[in-house]
Write a protein that binds this ligand. Structure first.
Ligand code: AMP
Length: 209
């Protein structure tokens, strides 16, 4: 199944994706995670995008599209994928249509106060990218990832200023994608407010599985 996870920062896209890969047997492709890994490696791509990402702005379309196209040459995505964080602009969505046929777009429905609560307490594993939360899902040992033993940290773009900027950018650039995909009959709305087990149930119900 070829799916896009669409929603504001902090909606729980990455958290649901971590569960959905096992349910659907397709890989999770997160552009944000690929950028963070490039930043950690201090690769040319990482050095180019670090300041932009830390400020909560979008990386330019050309760089981002090239990254996704490159990822889509790999065998594992041919049978399906969960695209998380891409597309984020209508232009990216139009280009995506030229190289892959998305089946459904999961629209994460969540009000602003819930977003702020989630982003404010979010912690991420530096090594495997697993998401934790200081209230809703702490690691068993503080600061250490339960899955790979990596360091659990606060993302640089989870600072209050960057959060504000990311929400602004989401509203201006990404929100129009809901209309874009709704017109094509591809949107499935998922109530993303409850705890993760219930969001997983909502997700399965809306896919009819
Ligand atoms: P995320 O992990 O999806 O919240 O992404 C973290 C950051 O990576 C975003 O705030 C952007 O700076 C950058 N990024 C991720 N995906 C995209 C995209 N599709 N287009 C532009 N920038 C992106």
């Amino acid at each position: 199944m070829k799916l896009i996870f669409l929603g504001p920062p902090g909606a729980g896209k990455g958290t649901l994706a971590a569960r959905a890969v096992d349910i659907l047997g397709v890989p999770h492709v997160s552009t944000g995670a690929i950028f963070r890994s490039a930043i950690a490696d201090k690769s040319p791509l990482g050095l180019k995008v670090k300041a932009i990402i830390d400020a909560g702005k979008l990386v330019d379309d050309e760089t981002t599209i090239a990254l996704v196209k490159e990822r889509f040459t790999q065998a594992d995505v041919q049978k399906g994928y969960i695209l998380d964080g891409f597309p984020r602009t209508v232009y990216q969505a139009e280009v995506l249509e030229t190289f892959s046929a998305v089946e459904k777009v999961i629209n994460f429905d969540i009000p602003d106060p819930d977003i702020l609560e989630r982003l404010g307490g979010r912690r991420v594993c530096r090594k495997c990218g697993h998401n934790f939360h200081i209230i809703f899902g702490k690691p068993s040992k503080e600061g250490i990832c339960d899955h790979c033993g990596g360091e659990v940290y606060v993302r640089d773009d989870d600072s209050p200023q960057a959060i504000q900027k990311r929400l602004e950018v989401y509203r201006a650039q990404t929100l129009p994608l809901i209309g874009f995909y709704r017109q094509k009959g591809k949107i499935l709305d998922v109530d993303a407010r409850p705890a993760i087990d219930d969001v997983v149930d909502n997700f399965k119900r809306c896919l009819g599985i």
